[in-house]
Design a protein around this ligand. Structure first.
Ligand code: PLP
Length: 354
């Protein structure tokens, strides 16, 4: 606390990102990063972007990147927005679309940035309970609201909401913006992007951080009707015209040109996910059905917090939240086959100790 802080600053409870240990030998299964390197084409594009042109500001519109994204998804360029990670786009969207007179709705177990943004922008919100299996129940979002945001697949539950259920959300919430945060959609889910031409209030947000192995580049994008994209641009251009630097633009554009790299990595991660799921089930863990690059697990006899601490002693980081409903769960990112084998070996030791 400082006397120099504004009331807003003093009242905040900032988001706490997962730990980034300095020790390279730690097995890092705590922040849903991709265990495989980015595409070689991306690295090449980044290297070539390091030249004299860095003295110039980047393209404030990110036109070439927007074009590449529009082509990839078969949408128009005025239906695409790019930003410094999808977190930034979500922050812009909260400001651009959500209403101060009605609560913003999101699941009670979800990405913890949503409450942080709601508090920062002084938006009232209601955490809508998931059912006992951590499933989203669209009907429970049929209450008066000033906007809806749902991750699909949800985090940290890993559960994917089928498009038929997403449609229910949209059919009953037509007067305010519905945001689908599809950070993990490439790992097996069905994207709502095709629905933007049916629902003028739908914004879909995705990121290069997970499936494209580029968490360090900080690039995300939103796809939605032109009016919503214009709303995001109004906020962005009232804040910072150059949210993406020259390197980020060059690397991200190259990522969309390399279609095989992402497909191969997704296949590898999905197959490792299946293997790990089977192994953990055999060890007495309950798992939600994952359509993401992480697992949400709970053990029948050993408390999650103890497993979390012991894994740490084994040099393995996973994510644990001492929060209502999920304080006996762990979120485990899918790493390489070798990392997951080490995880399973460590689990065997830890469970034996009880
Ligand atoms: C990782 C994640 C993001 C943020 O992604 P960035 O593009 O790296 O900012 C957004 N939403 C959810 C649900 C995530 O898990």
């Amino acid at each position: 606390m400082s006397k120099y802080w504004s009331k807003t600053t003093a009242s905040l409870t900032p988001y706490v990102p997962g730990e980034q240990p300095k020790d390279r030998n730690i097995i890092k299964l705590n922040t849903n990063e991709n265990p495989y390197p980015p595409s070689e084409a991306v690295l090449q594009a980044l290297r070539s972007a390091v030249d004299d042109s860095l003295r110039l500001y980047p393209d404030p519109h990110g036109s070439r990147l927007i074009h590449a994204i529009a082509q990839t998804y078969g949408v128009a360029v005025d239906e695409v927005f790019v930003g410094n990670g999808s977190d930034e786009i979500l922050a812009f969207a909260f400001q651009a679309f959500f209403d101060h007179d009605q609560p913003v709705l999101f699941p009670d177990v979800t990405y913890s940035f949503y409450t942080v943004y709601a508090d920062l922008f002084r938006l009232p919100y209601t955490a809508v309970p998931l059912d006992e299996h951590f499933q989203i129940v669209p009907e429970s979002f049929f209450i008066p609201n000033g906007g809806v945001i749902v991750p699909n697949p949800n985090a940290p539950t890993a559960i994917h909401l089928p498009l038929s259920e997403v449609r229910k959300l949209l059919d009953k919430n037509t007067e305010q913006v519905v945001i689908l945060d599809e950070a993990y959609i490439d790992f097996g889910g069905e994207s709502a992007i095709p629905l933007i031409h049916e629902y003028p209030n739908l914004l879909v947000v995705q990121t290069l951080s997970k499936s494209r192995s580029l968490a360090g580049l900080r690039v995300g994008y939103a796809i939605g009707p032109p009016e919503l994209i214009e709303g995001l641009n109004r906020i962005k251009n009232s804040f910072n015209s150059y949210t993406l630097d020259r390197l980020a633009l060059a690397g991200a554009e190259a990522s969309f040109a390399d279609k095989t790299h992402i497909q191969e990595n997704i296949m590898r991660i999905v197959s490792t996910r299946d293997w790990t799921t089977a192994q953990l089930s055999e060890l007495g863990f309950q798992l939600t059905p994952s359509t993401a690059n992480f697992l949400f697990v709970s053990h029948s006899t050993v408390p999650a917090q103890r497993i979390f601490q012991k894994l740490r002693e084994h040099g393995i980081l996973v994510r644990y939240w001492p929060k209502a409903r999920i304080d006996n769960h762990l979120r485990i990112t899918i790493g390489t086959d070798d990392e997951m084998q080490k995880l399973i070996e460590a689990m065997k030791v830890i469970l034996k100790e009880g």
